[in-house]
Write a protein that binds this ligand. Structure first.
Ligand code: MG
Length: 381
């Protein structure tokens, strides 16, 4: 039945008279659009939280059993967007640095959360570095704006949620007995990520292969310094069913790394060598792909741009994470339909997650249709 404009406004709940295409409106958007520009202010709050890891986690350079995070909220007219900074110590941020940075962020000067570019440019300009603290604001703002329009970000970006990859599940460096236990615990996941870069690398892979023939991806965390040794290892790993090698050599050995990628039978991925947009250009021709992480690149706004840039350079994309709550995992998952690889297990490694969001169903990253970053708070913090 044909509706006149007045009836359309009435039935859709759109009271403010904004001119919009009826087909894209949802009731929640129509209801919430009225709150914009009413001199309402955004309010940022933050709270330190400590993640308890289920296992002591060992990589080439360190071991730990907890991870400090800063949980943020941006409130605007009764709607709350959730964000998070996850700060493993080797990245140089902490509860103290994040609190100091976030105290300087004054969002009350903005009355329109949709001006995300302007707001996040301002946040980025307050100080250098502090990329995790910046991500905590970016994620909360994305969650807020998605909730205002009543849509999850994967839809806003036009992605097909059925195209998400399977996630890998990380097995840290450990004794053969513990590695076997962890592999059995990883039964629901179809790809295993082995941390290498110590003198036990072949033993790690042999141990995993003694209990499963699942595909393995490896992360060397810059652990191999000789390019010929690295190539020999990659050839051996290829025979063992390994699918890709992340950061095999130190990020400073750029020429060696380019040689390795050219000769490697497996794709190589930049992780430590990559933080923000300019690093994608630098990685081109040196690595086959990039591992994007919200805590290194300041959040979803830049991660989305890096993904598009890498694709335009014909590079593969992996979405990675720190140990984190479902907040940042669910946020990053919004980009998953466009990524070849996902390493989004950070929330699965902790025992005190205050949120529920993206799920792993039969090993596959499975987006919810909850608006914003697809998150529900399930526990007080
Ligand atoms: Mg890595």
């Amino acid at each position: 039945m044909k509706q006149n404009r007045r009836n359309f406004i009435k039935t859709s709940g759109l009271l403010g008279g904004a001119v919009l295409t009826p087909g894209i409106l949802t009731n929640s958007f129509a209801k919430n659009i009225n709150i914009i520009g009413d001199n309402k202010k955004m309010k940022l709050t933050f709270k330190p939280y400590t993640l308890e890891l289920k296992h002591v986690f060992t990589i080439a350079t360190s071991s730990r059993s907890t991870t400090p995070v800063m949980l943020t909220q941006i409130e605007y007219d009764g709607i709350i967007g959730y964000g998070e900074a996850s700060m493993p110590p080797y990245l140089g941020e902490s509860h103290d640095t994040a609190a100091k940075f976030l105290s300087k962020v004054d969002l009350s000067q903005f009355n329109d959360p949709f001006k995300m570019e302007e707001i996040l440019d301002y946040v980025d300009s307050i100080e250098d570095k502090n990329t995790a603290a910046k991500a905590a604001v970016d994620i909360a703002l994305h969650d807020l704006v998605g909730k205002i329009i009543g849509q999850p970000w994967y839809k806003v970006w036009g992605f097909d949620k059925t195209k998400t990859p399977k996630t890998s599940f990380t097995i840290g460096i450990d004794t053969p007995k513990v590695v076997k236990e962890k592999v059995l615990e990883a039964a629901p996941y179809h790809i295993l990520k082995a941390k290498l870069g110590r003198d036990t690398d072949k033993q790690m892979i042999e141990t995993i292969r003694s209990v499963t023939d699942k595909p393995i991806v490896v992360d060397v965390n810059q652990g191999w310094t000789d390019k010929h040794f690295a190539l020999d290892m990659i050839n051996w790993l290829d025979e063992k069913g390994v699918k890709l090698v992340e950061q095999p050599m130190p990020k400073t050995q750029i020429d060696d790394m380019a040689w390795l990628t050219e000769n490697s039978p497996l794709p190589t991925f930049a992780d430590e060598a990559l933080q923000r947009i300019p690093d994608v250009i630098k990685a081109h021709g040196v690595y086959s792909g990039i591992n994007i992480k919200l805590m290194k690149c300041t959040g979803l706004r830049e991660a989305h741009k890096m993904l598009n840039l890498a694709k335009s350079l014909d590079m593969q994309v992996m979405l990675g994470c720190m140990t984190a709550t479902s907040c940042s995992i669910s946020a990053m998952s919004q980009l998953a339909p466009e990524a070849e690889w996902a390493d989004l297990d950070g929330n699965l490694l902790i025992g005190n997650d205050p949120f529920e969001g993206t799920l792993i169903v039969d090993g596959k990253v499975t987006l919810t249709d909850a608006p914003g970053i697809g998150l529900t708070k399930v526990r007080a913090y």
